[in-house]
Ligand binder design. Structure first.
Ligand SMILES: [Zn+2]
Length: 345
């Protein structure tokens, strides 16, 4: 559906504007309150250490969501973007963006526990920010009535789907808030070892970089990893970062030491794959929008792989279709980044 097809395009346009405004709200996500300077557009994929090494002429493929130009394929697509505009959110004040992440922004990655923690922390901070905004962004019955030109006196009940969606958003937001609070506590105590990280070194440059977290649902063998229906118990999360390095690249797979078995089972299942590179790329495509692709790499994959990547990716961002993204029997096959022996810290 295009915005022009709606009965009241102006009300829909107002809703989209309000949606955009919420998602650009400025709030510092630092663990301490000693902010200085304005909240700035902070990179979650570091411009110099993550994006520049995979860019072509200063550009990478990244996600663009434009509700005004949504078509049959949805509002989200991969487009060439300048690295300065890629993966930014208004999540930290100038001081905290500079100071908190200095050990991963100004020093080469050396697999220290602090550096692994900071990459995971940045993923959690961004997710926390987005989840809060998503949970706040539920159109009111009045807005829905205005968009569809329904009479004011109509007593509109939210549909079951809307209620479920809202409940799911709120649960997700609260869960990430609790994870963020635990990460804040570790940060303030410099207790980096509370985060367990499995590192996979690769001899080649990565075809993509990413920084995200998700609650593992199924492993590569199709095993069910945790109970999404039990709202009394928090899900456990896996934080995943892929970064270029002077020797090739690293994949960082981190979880709290209090996590259930889901993250470790998923990691073990990934490492056991015959083609770790393709398995990792498929996992990333299925689970996050916070990624950037090397244009040279993606353009060289061939039409079939590109279509598979896009299909996994678009299913991932479609809230009505969460069931497509399965790891078992994944169909992608990309050239190897030459994985070396993994290790844990
Ligand atoms: Zn701050």
């Amino acid at each position: 559906m295009n915005i022009g097809d709606l009965p009241n395009p102006k009300a829909a346009a107002d809703l989209i504007r309000s949606f955009r405004k919420r998602f650009s709200a400025k709030k510092c996500m630092a663990p301490t309150q000693d902010c200085q300077g304005p909240v700035i557009s902070a990179h979650t994929l570091s411009a110099e250490s993550m994006l520049r090494p995979i860019a072509r002429d200063g550009h990478v493929y990244a996600v663009e969501t434009d509700l005004f130009t949504a078509n049959a394929d949805g509002a989200t697509r991969l487009v060439l973007k300048g690295i300065r505009d890629t993966s930014v959110f208004n999540g930290f004040c100038a001081k905290h963006d500079r100071d908190l992440f200095a050990p991963i922004e100004t020093v080469a990655f050396m697999c220290t526990p602090e550096q692994c923690f900071l990459h995971a922390y940045r993923a959690v901070a961004k997710e926390c920010y987005l989840k809060r905004k998503q949970a706040e962004t539920q159109p009111s019955p009045e807005t829905i009535k205005a968009i569809h030109n329904l009479p004011d006196e109509l007593n509109l009940q939210p549909s079951d789907f809307a209620l479920l969606h809202q409940a799911g958003s709120l649960r997700g937001a609260e869960e990430i808030e609790r994870l963020k609070a635990k990460m804040d506590s570790i940060f303030q105590q410099n207790d980096w070892r509370r985060l367990c990280t499995t590192i996979i070194p690769f001899a080649d440059r990565p075809g993509l970089v990413c920084n995200f977290l998700y609650a593992p649902d199924f492993d590569f063998n199709g095993n069910d990893l945790q109970d999404f229906d039990n709202v009394d118990v928090d899900l456990s999360h896996l934080m995943i970062t892929i970064i270029p390095s002077s020797t090739g690249s690293f994949a960082l797979l981190s979880h709290l030491d209090t996590a259930n078995s889901a993250p470790t089972t998923l990691v073990a299942s990934l490492i056991n794959q015959a083609d770790i590179t393709s398995a990792l790329v498929w996992l990333v495509a299925c689970q996050t929008e916070n990624l950037a692709l090397s244009p040279d790499w993606f353009d060289s994959l061939g039409q079939q792989n590109q279509n598979l990547f896009r299909k996994a990716f678009l299913s991932n961002v479609d809230p009505l279709n969460m069931s497509f993204n399965q790891l078992k029997g994944f169909p992608l096959s990309v050239p190897s980044w030459q994985p070396n022996t993994h290790f844990s810290i």
